[in-house]
Design a protein around this ligand. Structure first.
Ligand code: NAD
Length: 291
C-alpha cells in the first residue's frame, strides 16, 4: 500500500490529507501547529510528532505551506532521507523557489513535482481541485494517481516550476478580470443600467468571463457568488494579493511587461489596507464604488 507524508495541515492541507486517507492511502500528517495534527487525526490522517516521523517510511511527501521559504526549509530537511521518494509541493510559491526545490530533490535522488492548486477550501474538501504540475514526465506520471485522489483535474504544464507559472498566470487573469467586471457594474450603476440588464447582456456577449458568470461581484446574479453572502470567502483578498505579487515578481525577473497586473496589485493592496484582506477578493467592487 502507498504511504504518504503530508506536511502543512492548514486550511487547504488538512482536507487534502483527509481526502488522501479516505482514498485508502496510508497518510501521516505533520504541522508545526499541534492542534491541526490532532484535528487531522480525527479525519483519518495519522498524527506525526515531527517532520522526520512523518516522512519515515513514506513513498511520497506532500507539502502544503504558505511560502517559498517554508517549502525550501522543509524540503532541505527532508532531502537527506528523500532518495527514491517522490516530493510534491502543492503550495503557491514563486517560480524561482519552486525551481530551487526541484534542484534539491534532484541532488538527493528524489523525483519532484510542483503542483499548486485551484479550487480553494471547498475544492479541497470535495476533492475536486485542479492541480497544475511542473516537473519531469516520470515524476508527473508518479504524482498523477496520488493527486487524482484529491482533485478532478491534474494537468502537466511543463518542466520544473511550470505548475507555479500556470497558476500565477491564471490568477493574474482572474484578478484583473474581476476588477474590470466590478468597474463595469459600478459604471452601470452610475448610468442607471440595472445589474440584471448588464449581466444578461454581457454574459452572452464578449464581456463574458468566469468573474461574471460564476463569481459575479454583485449579488443575486450567480448562485456561487460570495457577493450573495456579504463577500465571505471564497478566495480572500490577501491570497489574491499574494498571487498577484508573485506574478509581478515573475514578470520582472522574466522581463515581461505586466502593466494591468501592476495596477491590479496596487488596487488589491489598497483594499487590504482598508481592512478587506479577509473578505472575498470580489469585494474589490467596494473599493471601486468608493465605499
Ligand atoms: P495555511 O496558513 O492555513 O496553512 C499552512 C500550514 O503550514 C500552517 O498550518 C502552518 O502551521 C504550516 N507550516 C508552516 N511551516 C511548517 C513547517 N516547517 N512544518 C510543518 N508545517 C508548517 O494556508 P492555506 O490556506 O492552507 O494555503 C496553503 C497554500 O495553498 C498557500 O501557498 C496558498 O497560497 C495556497 N492556496 C490556498 C488557497 C485557499 O483558498 N486557502 C487556494 C489555493 C491555493
Amino acid at each position: 500500500m502507498m504511504r504518504a507524508a503530508f506536511i502543512g495541515l492548514g486550511n487547504m492541507g488538512r482536507p487534502m490529507a483527509a481526502a488522501l486517507a479516505r482514498a485508502g492511502v496510508e497518510t501521516r500528517g505533520f504541522d508545526l501547529n499541534a492542534s491541526l495534527v490532532e484535528a487531522a487525526a480525527q479525519e483519518g490522517v495519522a498524527a506525526a510528532g515531527s517532520l522526520r516521523e512523518a516522512i519515515e517510511g513514506a513513498d511520497v511527501a506532500i507539502t502544503m505551506l504558505q511560502s517559498g521559504d517554508q517549502t525550501l526549509a522543509v524540503w532541505r530537511e527532508i532531502a537527506p532521507q528523500a532518495r527514491g521518494k517522490l516530493l510534491i509541493d502543492c503550495s503557491t510559491i514563486d517560480v524561482e523557489s519552486a525551481r530551487a526545490a526541484h534542484r534539491l530533490a534532484q541532488e538527493s535522488g528524489a523525483l519532484s513535482v510542483d503542483a499548486p492548486v485551484s479550487g480553494g477550501v471547498a475544492g479541497a474538501k470535495a476533492a475536486t481541485l485542479t492541480f497544475m504540475c511542473g516537473g519531469e514526465a516520470e515524476a508527473f506520471a508518479a504524482a498523477r494517481p496520488i493527486l487524482e485522489h484529491m482533485g478532478a483535474h491534474v494537468l502537466h504544464c511543463g518542466g520544473a516550476g511550470m505548475g507555479q507559472a500556470a497558476k500565477i498566470c491564471n490568477n493574474l487573469m482572474l484578478g484583473a478580470t474581476m476588477i474590470a467586471t466590478a468597474e463595469a457594474f459600478v459604471l452601470a450603476e452610475r448610468l442607471g443600467l440595472s445589474h440584471r440588464a448588464l449581466f444578461d447582456a454581457a454574459s452572452i456577449s464578449s464581456g463574458q468571463s468566469w468573474s461574471l458568470t460564476t463569481y459575479c461581484p454583485v449579488p443575486e446574479m450567480t448562485p456561487a457568488s460570495p457577493a450573495n453572502n456579504d463577500y465571505r470567502p471564497g478566495f480572500m483578498t490577501a491570497l489574491m494579493l499574494k498571487d498577484l505579487r508573485l506574478a509581478q515578481e515573475a514578470a520582472a525577473q522574466a522581463g515581461a511587461a505586466s502593466p494591468v497586473g501592476a495596477v491590479a496589485t496596487q488596487l488589491y493592496a489598497l483594499h487590504q489596507a482598508a481592512g478587506q484582506g479577509g473578505a472575498d477578493f470580489s469585494s474589490i467592487i467596494r473599493l471601486i464604488r468608493g465605499e
